[in-house]
Design a protein around this ligand. Structure first.
Ligand code: GDP
Length: 217
């Protein structure tokens, strides 16, 4: 079977409204977690956001939740790496995974983080989907492949979200999307639709909201 990895369609009005309502109901920071036993009870739909440092993850989470500074915009190398839980209405958790790919992070920090990440991805029964953020200028890099491999092994369906689409021209986007599609074809856990976003221009935000709202509990 050939998978095409098409672009997620613009949501139908009812789907868009469902997404709008979910996020209009309010979002809040719940807690930062450094070990599995600190996780909140898995009593609702959960989605997580992963991506290389500087991919635009905090900015995107802020845009989707409509809150300017919900996700801290700094992921300093060497700082305690926490898995941050946000509540969306009273039905969803949005989970912000620490940015990966710091070239100069200490080995011990990286190892500890990888252990927690593996435990989280394989042990969280209510985790419905991971959004893997890819910078539109750079495409899929080896560190992204690593996280995709881990998601495959953990059987967590993941959907690629292109960020900073405003930074490149249409013809460049076509080339980058071809590279992304080729990379995704190797990953059984890859969801067959991609989302193109620009937090700066508000592109794809409504789509992402309605996708999250549409994930069944
Ligand atoms: P994080 O490390 O993944 O959380 O990345 P940030 O959200 O802190 O963003 C990294 C940099 O990219 C910041 O300077 C942002 O202002 C910038 N950025 C994020 N999203 C966009 C976008 O959609 N368009 C543009 N042009 N810049 C963006």
């Amino acid at each position: 079977m050939e998978i095409h990895f098409s672009l997620a369609p613009k949501p139908e009005p009812e789907e868009a409204e469902k997404g709008r309502l979910l996020f209009a109901a309010g979002s809040d920071f719940l807690k930062g977690v450094v070990a599995m036993d600190g996780m909140p009870p898995g009593d609702r739909v959960e989605v997580c956001f992963a991506g290389r440092s500087n991919v635009g993850k905090s900015t995107l989470i802020n845009a989707v939740t409509g809150r300017k500074a919900l996700a801290r915009a700094s992921n300093t190398p060497g700082r305690t790496q926490e898995i941050n839980f946000f509540t969306i209405a009273d039905s969803h958790y949005l989970v912000d995974l620490p940015g990966y790919g710091f070239a100069n992070a200490p080995v011990k920090v990286v190892e500890k983080w990888q252990k927690l990440l593996k435990a989280y991805l394989s042990g969280r029964a209510n985790l419905r989907r991971a959004f893997v953020l890819i910078d539109s200028r750079h495409g899929v890099k080896p560190v992204d492949e690593e996280i995709m491999d881990l998601l495959d092994r953990s059987a967590v369906p993941f959907q690629v979200v292109m960020t900073k689409a405003d930074k490149i021209k249409k013809d460049e986007m076509v080339k980058i999307l071809a590279q992304v599609r080729e990379a995704l074809a190797k990953h059984p856990a890859a969801y067959p639709e991609l989302v193109v976003t620009s937090s700066d221009k508000g592109v794809g935000i409504e789509t992402l909201r309605s996708i999250i709202a549409g994930i069944a509990g």
